[in-house]
Every structure is written in structure tokens, then in C-alpha cells.
Ligand binder design. Structure first.
Ligand code: FES
Length: 104
């Protein structure tokens, strides 16, 4: 994990029930109703993939499924993290470069 401190607001927030997901093989907690992008950002991840040619960091940008900068692999599928809701038991892989099929 990139960050070690949660960015979540800790008080006066209503959240869905906690779900456990695997991020790069590490178990982490998110909350039902969040997108994968939201969960990853709040867990401290800013870099979600690398650009295919230069290997430059890419991450959340438009947050509405247009730019594809946030693509990650979820349960073996390449998806925009900003459109994918978290689910209990899902597997998320970030930081995969374009040579590994995450570039668009
Ligand atoms: S941030 Fe643009 S598609 Fe997800």
C-alpha cells in the first residue's frame, strides 16, 4: 500500500457495511456503496496504473468513466476503478503497466 494513514473521515459519516477486498494481495476494508477508486484513494493509493509508453503514473482524473486513467484489474477484468462498486471478496490489482494489458 502506498499510504499508511487512512484518509477517511472518522466521525459523523454514515457508511454501508464494511467489505473486505484484496488489493495487490493484501486484505483491506472498504464500505459498501463506495467505488473501487474511492476506496483505493481513501486507503492511500494515488497511482493506479502506469502509462504504456513512458511508464508515467496514472490515477483518478475524471471520476466518471470517461478518461480511463484509473483502470485496474478487478477479478481478472480490466475496468475503470471509478465505475466499479466494491464487493466483499473482490480482488483488485493496481500498478500494472501497459505491457501487462492494463493500458487502453
Ligand atoms: S478517472 Fe476517468 S475513467 Fe476513472
Amino acid at each position: 500500500m502506498e499510504g499508511t494513514t487512512s484518509l477517511r473521515i472518522q466521525q459523523a459519516v454514515r457508511r454501508g457495511p464494511p467489505v473486505t477486498l484484496s488489493v495487490n494481495g493484501e486484505a483491506m476494508v472498504a464500505y459498501a456503496g463506495e467505488t473501487v477508486a474511492t476506496a483505493l484513494r481513501l486507503l492511500g493509493f494515488r497511482r493506479l496504473r502506469s502509462s504504456p509508453r513512458a511508464g508515467q503514473p496514472r490515477g483518478l482524473f475524471c471520476a466518471m468513466g470517461v478518461c480511463q486513467e484509473c483502470v485496474v484489474r478487478v477479478d481478472g477484468r480490466t475496468v475503470p476503478a471509478c465505475l466499479e462498486p466494491v464487493r466483499d471478496g473482490m480482488s483488485v490489482v493496481t500498478h500494472v503497466d501497459g505491457r501487462d494489458g492494463l493500458s487502453l
